[in-house]
Design a protein around this ligand. Structure first.
Ligand code: KG4
Ligand code: ZN
Length: 338
């Protein structure tokens, strides 16, 4: 059997998403981004899981109807098992398990971070060795993969994730969650030289990141705005985007230098930011192969979950119906490799 028609389900944070893939084609997909969190400046876990519970069935029903396939045509279901908000992950997981049990088809629980990697590959085999650079609201992590399905942690943030820093400063400036797109819009009209924020961990050998110093410097500038008659939130946003972008690119360059690996897969919501994308793409001039999904697929979606599941399924991996949500699931602990 080909096991070709795969349903992907993603509910690990604030997006309820489903996607149907057949072979290397995306047949139909939907991402419902929750709006209940906007006024709070961040994701409220209890509101997220309740909203997923309301939206998961209509989301899956919509993509099945749009595809023209029936549930009985499905060959397998792939679902995010972690990392993420426990209650949110559980909604997708329980739904997927019930469907897999009813249809008597395989279910594959996937790691959300590995899904970001496979969303960039869209069915291609992992180009090992490669560096995975995952930059989102919950992660700023660098991994080395030398074997498909196996990952070694090179470095990670010691405090906030890059997306979290964008979100927190945007909240100070009075913008709703998620803050990254607001900061980018403001930064496009600002002058980055006006606020020189720190570039963190610049001279450290470690491949870890830190964003708390940048965040504190930005908040201090905002709190002292009355003393600066030329204060502009556009300039502050431009300065923030610049220092986060430099911090990210410095560590990525350092990781390439230390590992001598010249293929990078970069993904996660923060890579929807044009300046950060462009800076990473510029590494092509140094003969680095850069694989980044289109902006739409950098942020959370179910296409990436479907392809991560497909990779595992086609390598004879299946989850038992007993597996549970793992809020702190680590990519480096994955036991599966081919
Ligand atoms: O990957 P993602 O959708 O969800 C997580 O797994 O966290 O990433 C969401 C994060 C948020 O922090 C959001 O502010 C950030 O990605 N983000 C951006 C942009 N679009 C989304 N950050 C900077 N610029 C953007 N254009
Ligand atoms: Zn994500």
């Amino acid at each position: 059997m080909n096991r070709d028609l795969i349903l992907g389900i993603e509910t690990s944070c604030d997006d309820t998403a489903a996607c149907l893939i057949k072979g290397n084609d995306i047949v139909s997909e939907m991402v419902y981004s929750q709006i209940v969190h906007q006024r709070w400046g961040g994701v409220i876990p209890e509101l997220a899981s309740r909203d997923h519970a309301k939206k998961i069935l209509p989301t899956v029903r919509f993509i099945m109807e749009e595809s023209g396939y029936k549930l009985s045509d499905l060959d397998a279901i792939s679902v995010t098992a972690g990392p993420g908000l426990k209650g949110s992950v559980l909604v997708g997981l329980v739904f997927a398990k019930a469907l897999a049990y009813m249809l008597d088809i395989p279910i594959i629980g996937v790691n959300h971070l590995e899904a970001h990697i496979f969303g960039a590959l869209i069915g291609d085999r992992p180009p090992v060795p490669f560096i995975a650079f995952l930059v989102s609201g919950g992660h700023t992590h660098l991994y080395l993969s030398e074997k498909p399905g196996k990952y070694k942690l090179l470095g990670k943030t010691r405090d906030d994730a890059a997306g979290e820093a964008f979100d927190k400063i945007a909240k100070f400036l009075g913008y709703s969650y998620p803050g990254g797109p607001h900061i980018e819009r403001l930064a496009n009209e600002g002058k980055k030289e006006r606020f020189k924020l720190p570039i963190a961990m610049k001279s450290h050998d470690s491949l870890d990141f830190s964003f708390s110093g940048i965040k504190t410097a930005a908040i201090t500038a905002w709190e002292n705005r009355d003393m600066n008659k030329n204060f502009s939130d556009k300039d502050l946003a431009a300065g923030l985007q610049e220092s986060i972008s430099q911090t990210l690119i410095n560590k990525l360059k350092q990781a390439i230098k230390q590992t001598k690996v010249k293929t990078v897969i970069a993904s996660g919501g923060v890579l929807a930011n044009t300046q950060i994308r462009n800076q990473i793409l510029e590494l092509k001039n140094d003969n680095v192969q850069i694989i980044i999904p289109t902006k739409k697929y950098c942020t959370d979606n179910a296409m990436m979950v479907a392809y991560a599941g497909k990779f595992r399924l086609h390598n004879d991996y299946r989850s038992s119906l007993e597996f549970s949500a793992e809020p702190n699931m680590k990519l480096e602990n994955t036991t599966f490799a081919i």
